[in-house]
Design a protein around this ligand. Structure first.
Ligand SMILES: [Zn+2]
Length: 472
């Protein structure tokens, strides 16, 4: 999307109806400039933000007061970013165990009320993070930035197939303004945060779990410009749409959340629906961490509100093209400062972006750090088979790899077409090419694959006793 289009959208805001709307508009104006700051300029501003954050943490947070004492930084005002790398990395398990020791005794009243977010039931280490209204404000702000970067029709029709809370759905269902379409509903507007700034089009909602025929009936009736859906749900839907030769003529973009998006899914979406797939990188603990670049591949970090480091096993920064742990620091959370928090994902470091934005660039989000195979000698190796493009094979609908023993893997496959001995050999050879030295692989054809409580399809599951609960 060109800068001119973004500027046009930014200027098309509806009206300043409240001080809240005015602050969102001011923020977008600010971000429209800061995205073009040079990396050095952004780093200077980040250093000032870190100075203020660490000062607050050292004064008000028991855990950090203790850490700074250990590091012999008695006067935290003397803390500077040169000392940054001496600060410990906080694992998910440490965050969970430290709990209230990470809460600030006081924080400035201007940050608003605080509440808790929980996340990570599927990762083995659920965490609970205290955040304030200020963090919620920036979640909305970055959601609006995403709309500026990617939505080419804010007045268009959205089909939301991600699902919403069942209570909210019931309330909307019985609202007299709600229209019932097929087996779903249509409401006015896309909801916050976009409705604060723009007069958006209608939004169709259908809860996950509906069969594909019902989904497709809903979509063809709605004829949406945009679809919101989970990646694993999208893959299944694309296969159905392809087999039935269904057209959605107005569709421009498909938006996904929560699961890792692979290149083959982007390509499938483009070829079956002629629509671009847009994904962002967000987490309940932090907010929106990175957005897909509007004109090139990869993700731009929201450097105005979060510092991202990609670190290797020895906590050294990774270089371009290297994959490491994502370690984040929230620049906005004063209720429970998260400093150098290893969120549990891995990402590949990208180079400078041809779009010219100075915001740090990640080439791709690789997946969860606990996606490790354990070899027979108990050494670990990363489970990253995205380059095999298994899901791109015509006869594969979806798959999951399970490590059942130190020398055994099971590849579970839901077939798109009949799977015979030839197809099983193709799959075995793919896995053996990288892992055959250590593991024997069984291929099992299944009718469906389980989802986590939050609806995610995990590409890898370990059944080894020492891998079930994730170590820091
Ligand atoms: Zn870019």
């Amino acid at each position: 999307m060109t800068d001119r289009t973004i500027a046009a959208k930014l200027s098309s805001w509806r009206r300043v109806a409240s001080p809240e709307v005015a602050s969102y508009l001011a923020m977008q104006q600010q971000l429209s400039e800061s995205q073009w700051y040079s990396p050095a300029d952004l780093a200077g501003r980040e250093a000032a933000a870190l100075q203020s954050l660490t000062y607050h943490a050292g004064q008000e947070v028991p855990y950090y007061a203790e850490q700074f004492k250990k590091l012999d930084i008695a006067d935290v005002r003397k803390f500077n970013v040169d000392l940054w790398e001496s600060l410990p990395v906080l694992s998910r398990a440490a965050l969970r165990d430290l709990g209230p020791l990470l809460h600030a005794r006081h924080y400035p009243g201007s940050f608003g009320n605080s509440g808790f977010s929980t996340s990570g039931g599927s990762t083995g280490v659920p965490v609970r993070v205290k955040k304030t209204d200020f963090d919620g404000f920036f979640w909305n702000v970055m959601g609006q930035r995403e709309a500026l970067w990617h939505f080419d029709r804010l007045d268009g029709v959205v089909a939301n197939l991600r699902g919403i809370g069942s209570e909210l759905y019931t309330t909307l269902y019985s609202d007299p303004r709600t229209k019932r379409v097929s087996k779903g509903i249509v409401i006015e507007g896309w909801g916050a945060p976009l409705r604060l700034l723009w007069q958006t089009g209608p939004m169709g909602l259908m809860q996950p779990g509906a069969d594909h025929q019902a989904l497709v009936e809903f979509l063809t009736t709605l004829n949406p410009h945009h679809i919101l859906i989970r990646p694993s749900g999208l893959r299944l839907l694309l296969h159905y749409i392809k087999a039935q030769n269904i057209r959605l003529p107005r569709l421009a973009t498909v938006w996904t959340i929560s699961e890792t998006v692979t290149d083959d899914l982007r390509e499938l979406c483009q070829s079956v629906l002629g629509a671009e797939l847009i994904s962002n990188y967000s987490a309940a603990e932090i907010g929106i961490i990175a957005l897909q670049c509007p004109s090139h591949g990869g993700y731009h970090v929201m450097s105005e509100t979060v510092k991202v480091e990609i670190l290797d096993a020895e906590n050294r920064p990774c270089g371009k093209g290297e994959i490491g742990r994502v370690v984040v620091t929230s620049l906005t959370n004063r209720a429970m400062p998260l400093i150098r928090y290893a969120i549990g994902d891995e990402a590949e470091v990208g180079g400078p972006c041809p779009c010219g934005r100075g915001l740090m660039r990640l080439e791709r989000i690789v997946g969860r750090t606990e996606n490790y195979l354990v070899r027979p000698d108990k050494s670990r190796m990363r489970f990253d088979i995205s380059h095999y493009r298994i899901a791109a094979l015509e006869f594969v609908l979806e798959f999951q790899v399970v490590q059942t023993d130190y020398d055994r893997l099971t590849l579970k496959v839901v077939p798109a077409l009949t799977i015979g001995p030839n197809e099983i050999d193709i799959l075995k050879n793919l896995i053996n090419r990288n892992f055959g030295k250590w593991f024997t692989t069984d291929v099992v054809v299944v009718e469906a694959l389980p989802r986590t409580a939050s609806g995610k399809l995990l590409p890898f599951v370990s059944e080894l006793p020492d891998q079930r609960s994730v170590k820091p």
